[in-house]
Write a protein that binds this ligand. Sequence first.
Ligand code: ADP
Ligand code: MG
Length: 573
Amino acid sequence: MPIKVLAPEVVAKIAAGEIVERPASVVKELIENSLDAGATQITVEALGGGVRLIRVADNGAGIPSSEVELAFQRHATSKLSALADLDEIATLGFRGEALPSIAVVADITVITRAQGDLGGTYLSLQNGAVVEKGQRSSPPGTTVTVRNLFRNVPARLKFLKSQSTENSHIGNVVSQYSLAFPEVRFNLHLEGRSILRTAGDGDTKQVLIQIYGLETVKAMLEVRTIPEEPSEAFPTVWGYVSIPSITRSSRRYLSFFVNRRWVQSSLLSAALEGAYRGLLMTGRHPLAVINVSLPPQDIDVNIHPTKREVRFVHEGEVFTALQRAVRKALVEEAPVPTLKSPPSVHTQDTSSQSQMPVFPNHYDREDESGSMPSHIPQPPLRTAVPPLRVLGQLGNTYIVAEGPDGVYLIDQHAAHERVLYERIKAERLRQAIEVQGLLQPAVVQLSPHQEATLLSCEQTLSEYGFTLEAFGERAYLVRALPAFLKGKSPAEVIEDLLEAVSEKDALSELQEKVSISLACQGAVKAGQTLSPQELRQLVRDLESTNLPRTCPHGRPTMIHVSSAQLEKEFGRA
Ligand code: ADP
Ligand code: MG
């Protein structure tokens, strides 16, 4: 085919397709316009999953009568006038593309009244062209109604999911913006039902409760950077993150806002999850709402068609600031799980589910199991662990200890894992892992896959005290291993390690996995009898770790039954 310039209406539809992917994208663009117009109240309605109707009404600045038609022209914007402005964008929109894009894929009506205007203006468009214009009485502000989305783009329509899925995407968008703008009152109606209503009083935590439910939010910690010097004021990080025992199986519950713009960012996700290192079970993810604020010239918001991604000028600084702030909250505030009386499984989940109308997608519901069975997280305690007096061993598995407020049951394996894990990491850094040479080297026979994995991590293993030597086809001699593994079968140790790591691991991930695996293998097992002296030593060692309450896999090391709970159970209170 010869090269031809595409007809303008085809170009317009292609461009619109980049911005308007699904009904929720329309909602996003309209909400952004309302926020840019300074609205303090935004009402969103959708019917038929947003295909039949989307209406966004605000009490913002409105569009002056003389400019209403202009707003629907491509690249017409009131927010940017010169190229230099692109460096200092303070509004959510700036390209002047949303309204014209929506207008080519749907029927659109706008009624608006600018602050100075006496009456309102009405404009109606079909296929991108004005079909009606006139005066209409209207309160100050703007109401945009979008009907029959994608009627003229059957290919798009075909790819839309069920009505409830599209509604859950719309719910997600409105939830995200109500978290980013807690001072704005949001109202969401889906298929005629009121789904979300925020107070608009500026309190992010109240909005979180509306979205996730009180029980979940009670188990979230506040994150806030406190700059030591005024010059270190940026990047500022604040928000909320879940304690390590409240997790989800997807990253859908991570919300990031950069200068109040809702963004997806693998950099920010990695920084956040890095802060949970050693606290979460693999495949689990925290919940978080994180705001990052930066001078506008330190981010580029103009790199993605829907502005969903941003680029940071100083990536490293942002990464470190976020990770530090979250880590600090986790280390200082993570609570000891407490027995709930009477013990009940998943107490927290049921209550949080019933209060979770909007944010999670409906198909994610079965996954709301955040907590470990039979305990619920309590409001944060400040201290690490109190000094504990060991009373004895229970079933050769748990240590029973007394603290200033009640009884602690400590899982001896999990506790020892935590102790060894921190020791191994510290000693590796100082290159001080004690090595045990084997008089009689052990032979390990590996599968091709195991051998490939071994070759990818050999250097790292040597830093942990292993000396391995090739010995025939896929066979290796273990000549030395870390001293704390004395008495273990070298072949089993190596096999477990190779099971834990993967060829694809980045170095830090690899080191982390090796530390965890070695801690697990070196730790006392459940069912192992310990002397009173060993029990005491283990508890002392645990007390002096950085994160005594969780094992490196993220499971709790201890459960607390408070004196008050005991009194209640025995009918003394
Ligand atoms: P952009 O937001 O990038 O400027 P849009 O196509 O979304 O582009 O909007 C075009 C213009 O229409 C905006 O710059 C603004 O002046 C005006 N506008 C759109 N929606 C509203 C609204 N809800 N309230 C006030 N003005 C609006
Ligand atoms: Mg816009």
